[in-house]
Design a protein around this ligand. Sequence first.
Ligand code: NAD
Length: 357
Amino acid sequence: MFRNLRYGLIGAGRNAERKHISGYSNVPNIEIVSICDVNKEKAKKVGSEYGIENVYDDYVEMIRKENLDIVSICTPNSLHAEIAIFALMNGVNVHCEKPLAINAKEAKRILDAKNKSGKKVMVGLNNRFTNEAVFLKDYIDKGFLGEIYQAKAGWIRRSGIPGRGTWFTNKELSGGGVMIDLGVHYLDLVLYLMGMPDPSYIMGSAVTNYDKTLSRDRPGYSRSINGIYNVEDSAVGFLNLMGGRTVSFEFSWAANIAEEKTFVELIGTKGGASLINGSLQIYSEINGTCVDISPKIDKNTFYKNEFEHFVNCIIFNEEPIAPAEHGVYMMDIVDHFYDSAKKKEPLFIGSCSQVLN
Ligand SMILES: NC(=O)c1ccc[n+]([C@@H]2O[C@H](COP(=O)([O-])OP(=O)(O)OC[C@H]3O[C@@H](n4cnc5c(N)ncnc54)[C@H](O)[C@@H]3O)[C@@H](O)[C@H]2O)c1
């Protein structure tokens, strides 16, 4: 007989509260059992808001005691691999926040543990779950854009450095700056829409301009003025895909532009599409005349979509649409981006099948 899945949260910070706890509270077949944060007071506070009584400051103890089916991992990036591998090897399915890990090697260790355990891993790539992205992916997969040969992706903030001097700006804990924070969302989205194509080479530029500027922090994030800031706040690059298709990308935490902008633009042989600040437009032709189409899409429920999807994948034994394999693929591209930026030269990446084997 079916029983509700037992859920535990690891890392009760900003994203956990805003996204994971509210997400899992709003889907059926879940019992929220326990919460863990090294800062136990934080875990208690979030726990009390959601009526969660079992509070821990050690994820090992929580996983050993609570007989969980799912955990969310919402800790600093450098802990994702260690926690995910422990959870998987103890029979727990993992919903891990992006990036899957701080580099491809760590991400691959998670993938290996997932394969060994037979459990599931989903990366928290919420931009794949917006109603617009779901519509666009299906539209593309049905061939309406033809072959997408050129694309752009970006997320440029005017004042959006998350947590200056906290783990976000400390390379050892985060793995990198804006590329690993915002880049893995929108570069992921564009490549996902294109069908996870094999990359060929990448040219990247990563620069740090705002380490000494004390304005430009993202509202809501704590800051530690004397903390470490050794990551890039601007990441720009060009990704060439096998077969000659291209993606250019641009990410910034703090740029002197009019206002924050997120974008994905796709140009295909039969049509094009743009998803700018969440608004979807399709560019096509009817009877020899160019037409612009503005799909009327239902109000977004993307957080719910993401959580319901993962719960259903576990119950019905299906593969999530944002699996660990895609997290490894992205981290391989990100590693090459940083290498290319450091060496100031284009770098060959090679096919994703090489990374995954
Ligand atoms: N999908 C998204 O849109 C999105 C948005 C923001 C952040 N994120 C990701 O979510 C993760 C967390 O980001 P955040 O903004 O919530 O950061 P945060 O700093 O607000 O929260 C991290 C929490 O982890 C806790 N922690 C640290 N070590 C721990 C350990 N060993 N065990 C348990 N808890 C531990 C910290 O005390 C803190 O409360 C990151 O991986 C980040 O990239 C994703």
